[in-house]
Design a protein around this ligand. Structure first.
Ligand code: SF4
Ligand code: SF4
Length: 267
């Protein structure tokens, strides 16, 4: 029987042994993950279809997998070496950009591991971000599945001024999710349905450090302007020569996730 503990152990083993989780065979992109579970029929998934949250483009778990029972969600925190490489202001560090692209390739290995382990245990499983039906709307900067929103529903964390998700291990990292027909107990949400509980700015106007960290002035007291951030990363592409050298399609940045109080913890 595949218990949450056994699944987490297999995920931790992958983090420690997979060479795809190593920059130049040495530095790990990610530390071991946080793991959580949401019921596929949790009413909050339906809430995502509201225009003010994600919108009608959003597909419910059973629209991805008709037999859906559980949504498995994890957070892979970036290692200290990757995070601290990006502490300077201005341009992203090469290590950070590698972690965005090569690190995401490892995250795909992790999604595939969760699919294969749950299927070996007798379930049917699907990772939306690996599925041919996953689409991104680059006009409205949205998509038909959101791993951050799934993480919120699964109790992993709450949203922040810079539109990240603050978990018990901070926000600097990547999320992953798998929808499965296997039953797992849903993780209790420790934040009483307050989607902004862990960001001090959204509670009492304190902190706001990510505002000054942003090189493109995309973050203000009102939140993050996705268009401005997108223009900076995709059009201005401030590390263009470096990115072209590695065939990376756009730039990465992450200054709002590093050297901030929510980088690796709940502030
Ligand atoms: S740096 Fe401060 S204000 Fe910005 S997201 Fe993190 S906790 Fe919130
Ligand atoms: S990723 Fe960079 S440009 Fe985008 S909001 Fe964060 S700090 Fe600003």
């Amino acid at each position: 029987m595949l218990t949450p503990e056994i699944l987490l152990q297999k995920m931790e083993d992958l983090v420690m042994t997979d060479q795809d989780n190593r920059l130049d065979g040495q530095t790990r992109y990610y530390d071991p993950p946080l793991l959580a579970f949401a019921a596929a029929n949790d009413p909050l998934f339906t809430e995502m279809k509201k225009e003010e949250i994600i919108g009608d483009i959003y597909r419910l778990p059973h629209q991805w997998l008709p037999e859906a029972v559980t949504v498995i969600v994890y957070f892979l925190p970036f290692s200290k070496e990757i995070r601290s490489s990006n502490y300077s202001s201005g341009l992203a560090s090469p290590q950070w950009i590698h972690s965005r692209f090569k690190g995401e390739a490892f995250n795909n290995n992790m999604r595939s591991l969760v699919v294969s382990e749950t299927e070996k245990a007798g379930g049917r499983s699907l990772a939306p971000l690996l599925d041919k039906n996953f689409i991104t709307d680059m006009v409205n900067f949205t998509s038909n599945w959101s791993e951050r929103h799934a993480a919120y529903i699964a109790g992993l964390g709450t949203f922040s001024l810079n539109r990240g998700l603050i978990t018990a291990k901070g926000m600097a990292g990547r999320f992953g999710s798998v929808i499965t027909s296997l039953p797992f107990p849903a993780t209790p949400r420790p934040y009483n349905n307050n989607p902004f509980q862990y960001c001090p700015f959204l509670q009492d106007d304190s902190c706001g450090i990510c505002i000054d960290r942003c090189p493109s002035i995309a973050i203000s007291e009102k939140g993050k302007d996705k268009y401005t951030c997108h223009q900076y990363l995709f059009i201005q592409n401030p590390m263009k020569d470096f990115n072209e050298n590695y065939n990376y399609p756009y730039s990465s940045c992450g200054k709002c996730q590093t050297k901030v109080p929510c980088e690796d913890r709940i502030p």
